[in-house]
Ligand binder design. Structure first.
Ligand SMILES: Nc1ncnc2c1ncn2[C@@H]1O[C@H](COP(=O)(O)OP(=O)(O)O)[C@@H](O)[C@H]1O
Ligand SMILES: [Mg+2]
Length: 385
């Protein structure tokens, strides 16, 4: 597959070999108790530089290698095969869901399956009209145009893109005031793949222009176990079944974290001179980073503590929790909350966040009668995506 970055430089196709000693500052952290910073990155869904380095070896290249998301894969397999039979590009695809679940990976898989080139860019880097014009200018028939963080496209960029997406034309303007002229130029037929963690922020007009909108789900334990085993094999780490399960169950339903935990365990093993990782060793390694049995870290636990102990279990607004926790609310909403909700530790209600009985249990607390009543009468807000 050919990968073209937004500024038009051709990259060799993932030609770089993945690094092996990729985990950030592992040994130092084990030795010097320099934990806080490292710990907060261990379970973060955001992409770190070591994630990027190991990506080249770990990213699945085809739909058959792509684990989980079976509903979505079935749909894509059918659509791709239909498009190929008609010898047409695939319809535009929108991929949405929390970070680290495989949106970028899937965009590349789609390009691969269509034997297409992929141009990779992101919403914030298409700031000026000429960024877009320059980009679409490079498109050839059948190419995939991947726009990450598509919810961050500005209005001007969005409006310039509409005719490009809908009718494969672009309107170029020149001159100012009365002398303004618009020229409509045809574009080759291409496939736009948009990715976003915030589908709700997309304008309806933009959303409606996608042929498919696909939501990526958190991965279950068996899917994560497959991912952990695959990653361990690719990184030449020998893990037994118990270790695979211990790592998978702490990965917060997220492949990016699963891969990071495998690297962490490998590095810990190398540091300790342990060649074969078993369950006890994996748990010891992960606990040294304060990753608990559910994959919660300090910030998650503080989130739950604040909710229960400062605000009587809720409901309380995310802004208030963010201030008390000293985090910005965007990070809480994007990184921490989705998993806490999915794993059943908190619920989102129209009046704010409410702790569940699971959260009380996890912290070793028993809800009071009034807290119990609140939980029993929680009205869950399913509207916000
Ligand atoms: N379905 C999957 N099967 C195997 N590995 C996956 C899968 N989805 C994601 N990954 C791994 O997780 C990492 C993060 O995925 P990525 O596509 O960057 O997530 P996103 O773009 O949604 O934030 C990738 O490096 C890839 O190796
Ligand atoms: Mg991505």
């Amino acid at each position: 597959m050919t990968i073209i970055q937004s500024h038009g430089h051709q990259l060799p196709e993932d030609g770089k070999k993945a690094s092996t000693g990729a985990y950030e500052r592992p040994v130092k952290a084990f030795m010097a108790g320099e934990e806080k910073k490292v710990r907060t990155t261990v379970l973060s869904t955001g992409e770190t530089s070591s994630d990027k380095k190991s990506d080249a070896t770990l990213r699945p290249e085809s739909l058959s290698e792509y684990i989980g998301q079976s509903r979505l894969k079935t749909m894509l397999t059918m659509s791709i095969s239909a498009a190929r039979t008609r010898n047409e590009p695939l319809d535009h695809v929108l991929l949405y869901g929390p970070p680290g679940l495989g949106k970028t990976t899937l965009a590349r898989v789609i390009a691969n399956e269509m034997s297409a080139r992929i141009h990779m860019t992101s919403g914030p880097s298409l700031e000026r009209p000429r960024d877009i014009v320059g980009l679409v200018h490079q498109l050839e028939q059948g190419d995939v145009l991947f726009i990450d963080e598509i919810h961050r496209l500005n209005k001007v960029a969005e409006e310039l893109l509409y005719p490009a997406i809908e009718d494969f034309v672009i309107d170029l303007t020149s001159g100012k005031g009365h002398a303004t002229r618009t020229m409509r130029l045809p574009l080759p037929r291409f496939t736009l793949v948009g990715a976003t963690t915030k589908a709700g922020r997309l304008s309806k007009a933009l959303r409606d222009r996608f042929g498919f909108a696909c939501r990526l789900e958190f991965y279950d334990l068996s899917e994560l176990s497959l991912i952990v085993a695959r990653t361990a094999a690719l990184l030449s780490v020998t893990v037994d079944e118990g270790a695979v399960k211990a790592i998978a169950s702490r990965a917060r339903g997220t492949p990016r974290i699963a891969n990071r935990l495998v690297r962490l365990v490998r590095d810990f093993g190398q540091f300790q001179g342990q060649n074969v990782v078993d369950e006890a060793f994996a748990i010891q390694a992960l606990e040294s980073y304060q990753v608990d049995a559910f994959g919660l870290d300090n910030t998650d636990r503080r989130f739950l503590e604040i909710l229960i102990q400062h605000y009587d279990g809720g409901p309380v607004g995310i802004d208030t929790i963010a201030v008390t926790l000293g985090e910005d609310n965007e990070t809480l909403e994007d990184v921490y909350e989705p998993f806490l909700i999915q794993a059943g530790f908190i619920q989102r209600t129209p009046r704010g966040r409410v702790a569940t009985v699971r959260a009380y249990n996890h912290l070793g607390l028993t809800p009071t009668q009034s807290q119990q009543l609140k939980m029993d009468f929680t009205e869950v807000d399913k509207s916000s995506e």
